[in-house]
Design a protein around this ligand. Structure first.
Ligand SMILES: C[S@@+](CC[C@H](N)C(=O)[O-])C[C@H]1O[C@@H](n2cnc3c(N)ncnc32)[C@H](O)[C@@H]1O
Length: 263
């Protein structure tokens, strides 16, 4: 069998795409900076295999997490690896627009990482999600949206990253500037010449930061804050994120938009 035939697309995705240690640190720091304490209970929306939630609960024995995804496949993948056996991490198959108390108790932080909410392409549906996420927070809690942007996101083409035993390919297939819609795919290729094309495909609406902040206000959040990445020595970004109200027009950027529920 080819290497592509034996490949596990969820394991490859975790290795190639996810950076849970950086994201957990961002969430801990932003929550502590505003509240003076560490977050204890957290919900990961659009969780996939729940890698972020797993990393979060590993950070402190007092922590609990709920990982929510609509698709049973990544949840089954995680369950088969023992995720959810431990009572501090609960896997929930549900639509994020509907999920929340009482099925999932109120938490300190809700996260939607890797621009997953770009999958909510209609304004009314994104606003409904934000309002429901707010209801899922304790007073003073935070909704953390990881967002990407910049003109590079509108360009067609593939970008390959070598991971040794496989190559990760990010494929931007189409962008429609009228509706701010993008079609993207992830492929994996292997040293024996085989490939897993369209391992994951996405139909996105690329929401801007200003739209997100307007929608957070409409959804009842008391305040929103933007965390922008520090430049680092080489100008490539240093994986630390600080509150900003002005930012340079970079070709491609990642930021966090945080909605705070009133205390
Ligand atoms: C790009 S993956 C995110 C995986 C991982 N959390 C990360 O940060 O990289 C997006 C996930 O969102 C899930 N999803 C899409 N729409 C959803 C919805 N309305 N409710 C819950 N999950 C949804 C998909 O099934 C998919 O697993």
């Amino acid at each position: 069998m080819t290497l592509a035939g034996q490949a596990d697309r969820f394991a490859l995705y975790e290795r190639a795409v996810q950076e849970p240690a950086v994201q957990v640190r961002v969430v801990e720091d932003l929550f502590r900076a505003r509240t003076g304490r560490a977050p204890v209970d957290l919900r990961e929306d659009f969780a996939g295999t729940a890698l972020f939630a797993r990393t979060f609960v590993q950070g402190d024995p007092a922590r609990r997490a709920w990982a929510v995804d609509l698709d049973p496949a990544p949840l089954a993948w995680a369950r088969a690896r023992g995720v959810g056996d431990e009572p501090r991490l609960t896997l929930v198959q549900a639509d994020v627009v509907d999920v929340g108390p009482p099925a999932v108790p109120p938490v300190d932080v809700v996260v939607a990482l890797n621009y997953s909410f770009f999958l909510l392409t209609e304004r009314a549906r994104l606003r409904a999600y934000l309002a429901r996420a707010r209801e899922g927070l304790r007073p003073g809690g935070a909704l953390v949206l990881e967002v990407a942007g910049g003109p590079e996101l509108q360009e067609r083409g593939e970008e390959a990253t070598d991971h040794g035993d496989f190559t990760f390919v990010w494929d931007q297939q189409a962008y429609d500037p009228i509706h701010s819609r993008a079609r993207c795919a992830i492929h994996f290729s292997f040293p024996d010449g085989s490939a897993l094309r369209d391992a994951f495909t996405y139909e996105w609406r690329v929401w801007s930061i200003v739209e997100l902040r307007e929608l957070l206000a409409e959804a009842g959040f008391a305040a929103s804050v933007v965390l922008w990445e520090g430049p680092g020595d080489d100008g490539e970004g240093d994986r630390t994120f600080v509150p900003c109200e002005r930012a340079p027009a970079e070709e491609a950027w990642i930021a966090y938009v945080v909605g705070w529920r009133a205390p």
